[in-house]
Design a protein around this ligand. Structure first.
Ligand code: PEP
Ligand code: MN
Length: 338
């Protein structure tokens, strides 16, 4: 922690800060310049959360040296994490993992039909919401446990892993019985009760970035899960809200590289919610793979015009197949497989 003092800070004020920080168990190194004095502090910085130095007379600025997130940071773990979704499937490796499927599980027949097609196209994870966090309480809220059963059936029938969103901590015990990855949706990124409970499970968690969340806030949310003991966290960039209205959200492609610098956790990109339009999904997907994403999660529906949610941004299975062919070339060009 570096404390920059005001140019007019008095000796009495400096001594007051030194005395206080010593009592807090911090070691201080004072550097007196011509213009101003700087104090470097070493020790358990956490104590400064309760006693913020900013409020002390004479202090201009306090700069933390370490990131506020620890366990998720590259400082904590240098090599990139590989997370086992299933025994034979890992994310964070050379292979870019493709997740695809409908926004919501609507009925058994549709889900099984889509699962067969996306598996054939090259996806290894089937997505589908059984609990849908809809903006309107009058919209389709998902099939609940019935939907989870269809996901499990599709998973066994086609040998494909599954990911589905959990919106309520009370549903966790139910969901872990049926799915391989528990998704936290953008609207719940800062539902700290949910995050803590997910930290106590042994299932991989895919944490989507909040609608208006900074990367730091997102990583702090991931820290909640790791701090409870679950290190199997996959981050998901799904676009953020900006002033732009042409697209549903703005895909923050920078986030892929930024997360790779700051954290060891794998990151996937959701080009469907990031763009909100079928015609834009392919370019966003290519950009994501080129930027170094470890996976993609794409909405696919075989009859988007009949979809109960997000039909406008869903690819049809043939569209998904041709996208996969294009993405193979992009992956190869940057030294990865797909
Ligand atoms: C979804 O994946 O269907 C979804 C609701 O996404 P998000 O939480 O990113 O809006
Ligand atoms: Mn959706």
């Amino acid at each position: 922690m570096i404390v920059v003092l005001k140019p007019q800070a008095t000796e009495k004020q400096i001594q007051h800060i030194l005395e206080k920080t010593k009592n807090l168990g911090l070691k201080a190194h004072v550097s007196r310049g011509v213009e101003r004095t700087i104090i470097g502090l070493i020790g358990p910085e956490d104590v400064l959360r309760v006693t913020p130095l900013e409020v002390f007379p004479g202090v201009e600025e306090v700069m933390p040296v370490l990131a506020p997130y620890r366990l998720v940071s590259r400082e904590f773990k240098k090599e990139s994490s590989r997370i086992a979704i299933r025994k034979d499937l890992r994310i964070g490796d050379r292979k870019v993992v493709l997740m695809a499927g409908p926004c919501a599980v609507e009925n058994r027949k549709t889900l099984l039909a889509i699962a067969a097609k996306i598996k054939k196209a090259g996806a290894s994870v089937l997505r589908g919401g059984a609990f849908k966090p809809r903006t309107s309480p009058y919209d389709f809220q998902g099939l609940g446990e019935e939907g989870l059963k269809y996901l499990k059936e599709a998973s066994e029938k086609y040998g494909i892993a599954t990911v589905s969103e959990v919106v309520d901590p009370r549903d966790i015990p139910l969901m872990v019985k049926y799915v391989d990855v528990l998704q936290v949706g953008a609207r719940n990124m800062q539902n700290f009760t949910l995050l803590r409970e997910l930290g106590k499970t042994k299932k991989p968690v895919m944490l989507k970035r909040g609608i208006s969340a900074t990367i730091k806030e997102w990583l702090m949310s991931a820290e909640y899960i790791l701090s409870e003991g679950n290190f199997d966290v996959i981050l998901c960039e799904r676009g953020i809200r900006t002033f732009e209205t042409q697209t549903r959200n703005t895909l923050d492609i920078n986030a892929v590289a930024v997360v790779k610098e700051l954290s060891h956790l794998p990151i996937v990109v959701d080009p469907s919610h990031a763009t909100g339009r079928r015609s834009l999904v392919a370019s966003a997907s290519r950009a994501a793979v080129a930027a170094g994403a470890d996976g993609l999660i794409v909405e696919v529906h075989d009859h988007p015009e009949e979809a109960m949610s997000d039909g406008v941004q869903s690819l049809i299975p043939q569209g998904f197949s041709s996208l996969v062919r294009e993405l193979k070339k992009v992956a190869l060009a940057i030294g990865r497989d797909l």
